[in-house]
Design a protein around this ligand. Structure first.
Ligand SMILES: Nc1nc2c(ncn2[C@@H]2O[C@H](COP(=O)(O)OP(=O)(O)OP(=O)(O)O)[C@@H](O)[C@H]2O)c(=O)[nH]1
Ligand SMILES: [Mg+2]
Length: 608
């Protein structure tokens, strides 16, 4: 059952079936212009078709529990009695030793084990995935980049909102009332999937081991018109600066869905499926004893690619071992690893620098850069894109290196090769380790060299905290304007984040009479594709007597039958709608177009 196809929101291979993707199927050819009077089903009762022939359900006339109404008036309840049935609380008042008749197969109607959600919303990986990842680790090692560095700012995760709970068919049974009215409640809504910025996170490493996030299924409806509970929600926490993409295919990156930059940013990504209606909701003037209830609507699923681009105002760049981390540690409370060997820093560190005048900036210390890093040598280039959001750079040069000018040029070249955009950012050059005689001696020539190019370098001793305050203050001056602009940026529209959810919702309201028919003459198969129809099929619960009839009625009313006939469907042809595979039977007994799709040979495609 787990193999059952689901709504896939991620872009799919073009050669897989088109339906079930978030891109609304082409609506152009409602084949042959078979518009019927039934243009669009109303939103709340979207699939509700009043039963046209209630002849078999004569019992309905007996169902009106008149004496109840009398009870109500005599007790003088100030309750609005909506129909001839009782509301739930009244049942507590009058206990007639009633019981309820559930018209379901007891075997699996309420079996929802498969939807149990792990408390953290995480799921263990299948073996296959683990293997894949191990392989990936191997490859990374070969390239000399530990996987942990890659996982720092990239992750691929799977999210799925909860399915709606199923509606149920139940009838009230009470003493003196042979058959009460329908009392099956609606299923609860499936849990939503949210994305939320957690300011305490600064990497995507937590997603290295937990990549599945599933919201809970809505509870099933119950008797006494009790509706199912809402499914548990899942909130996926991401660090500030996370770019969310739909997972790409074949190396082509997917569309950017949203950028979650600031603490407090929160997006509803996938709304849970609607609960299926119970038979109480299907009661109508013509059908007082509806033996029908819907399945809960499936919650959509998708794969996401997360990419973190640190949100820092200033990035510290430089050759390995230049003293970048030392500098960060003396200007902020951050405590990065500092050691006298290259590539001590493997992952970026963030520090907050507070100034007296009630201003603060975020500074990122990046792994060391070296010649050729842009083309995959070394490690630092993995993280250069984290400077994309910085407003300015501080370039630290190791004054004790053999040729500080050469080191400076090599790193600048590196930046330019990686991204001209980054190279164009304003920057300050800081000549470090002035406390060492080696560095002290070469300072003058370094300074002259840079001055000749119009650059005024700073000299500092990060270790002794000399010149560091001046340096960071100068850097702040470079970015002050932009930071103040940012502060002025008013509250951003929440709709900013909602377009995926909007798409899902839009697809859910896709009219049922908008479909396309594809014919495969080799196999005599007719594919009827339309988001509205597909949803309708998925929500139809075939266990219940009236479901078939309603299904037929909808196919008739929305023009599917007519269109098929017009296109030349023949006895015995296969007709596929959503997950349903059917056989077409011509039956002259029926009125109207005189043909119907028979569900005699209903079988579930792809069910195991
Ligand atoms: N004498 C002296 N040593 C310094 C100074 N600043 C840093 N160091 C030393 O230089 C070494 C490297 O410092 P880090 O801050 O780890 O350098 P880094 O640029 O972060 O190095 P990576 O992370 O490997 O790229 C450490 O041993 C520091 O103690 C300084 O101003 N004077
Ligand atoms: Mg470092």
């Amino acid at each position: 059952r787990s193999n059952r196809p689901r709504k896939q929101l991620a872009p799919k291979n073009p050669n897989t079936k088109k339906f079930n993707t978030i891109s609304t199927p082409p609506l152009s050819s409602v084949s042959g212009g078979q518009a019927t009077t039934f243009t669009r089903l109303p939103p709340k009762d979207d699939f509700f078709i009043p039963s046209e022939s209630s002849s078999e359900i004569k019992l309905s006339d007996l169902a009106v529990p008149i004496h109840k109404q009398n009870k109500h008036s005599s007790v003088g309840k100030h309750k609005i009695i909506e129909d001839d049935l009782e509301s739930d609380s009244d049942e507590e008042d009058f206990d007639y030793g009633k019981f309820e008749l559930f018209e379901v197969n007891s075997d699996d109607e309420f079996d929802d084990d498969e939807y149990v959600i792990d408390e953290l919303g995480f799921e263990n990986k299948g073996e296959e995935e683990l293997e894949l990842e191990l392989e990936e680790d191997e490859r990374e090692k070969e390239k000399g980049v530990p996987a942990v560095m890659r996982c720092f700012d990239r992750a691929k995760i799977y999210v799925r909102s909860g399915d709606g709970g199923n509606g149920v068919v139940a009838f009230r049974r009470e003493k003196f009332v042979p058959l009460g009215g329908p009392s099956g409640g609606d299923g609860g809504r499936g849990g939503n999937v949210y994305l939320e910025v957690d300011s305490s996170m600064n990497s995507l490493l937590p997603f290295r081991n937990s990549i599945h996030f599933r919201a809970g299924r809505g509870g099933h409806g119950q008797g006494s018109k009790m509706n199912g509970a809402k499914g548990e929600e899942v909130v996926v926490k991401v660090p500030p600066g996370t770019v969310v993409r739909a997972a790409g295919k074949d190396g082509v990156p997917g569309d950017v869905l949203m950028e979650l930059l600031h603490p407090g940013d929160r997006a509803l990504l996938l709304p849970g499926g609607r609960g299926g209606r119970g038979n109480a909701s299907f009661k109508s003037g013509t059908n007082k004893v509806p033996r029908i209830a819907e399945n809960g609507e499936e919650g959509p699923e998708m794969w996401l690619e997360l990419e973190l681009k640190l949100v820092a105002d200033i990035g510290i760049v430089g050759a390995p071992n230049a003293g970048k981390s030392t500098f960060l540690s003396v200007i902020s409370a951050a405590q990065p690893n500092i050691a006298n060997y290259p590539f001590t820093t493997l992952l970026p560190n963030l520090g907050v620098v507070s100034f007296d005048y009630d201003a603060s900036i975020v500074v990122a210390d990046l792994p060391g850069l070296l010649e050729g890093a842009h083309s995959g040598f070394g490690l630092g280039h993995e993280f250069l894109r984290h400077t994309e959001r910085c407003s300015a750079l501080v370039h630290i040069v190791d004054g004790s290196s053999q040729q500080p000018e050469y080191e400076y040029d090599a790193v600048r070249l590196e930046l330019e090769m990686f991204s001209p955009e980054i190279a164009e950012k304003p920057y300050i050059v800081a000549y470090n380790k002035m406390d060492l005689p080696d560095a002290y001696e070469k300072w003058e020539s370094f300074q002259k060299n840079l001055q000749s190019r119009g650059i005024e370098p700073f000299c500092i001793s990060a270790m002794n905290r000399q010149g560091t305050r001046e340096l960071i203050t100068a850097a702040y001056e470079l970015v002050r304007e932009r930071i103040e602009d940012k502060k002025g940026e008013s509250w951003r529209e929440p709709t900013h984040f909602s377009h995926v959810a909007e798409m899902v919702k839009k697809q859910r309201t896709a009219p049922i009479n908008e479909f396309e028919i594809f014919h495969d003459s080799a196999s005599n198969t007719w594919n009827v594709e339309g988001a509205g129809l597909q949803r309708f099929v998925q929500m139809t619960n075939w266990r219940y007597m009236d479901s078939d009839r309603r299904f037929q009625h909808v196919l008739e009313a929305c023009g599917v039958n007519k269109s098929l006939i017009k296109r030349g469907v023949k006895e015995g042809d296969t007709v596929i709608i959503g997950e349903m595979e059917m056989v077409w039977h011509d039956s002259p007994n029926n009125s109207g177009p005189n043909r119907k799709i028979s569900t005699d040979s209903v079988k579930w495609a792809d069910w195991k």
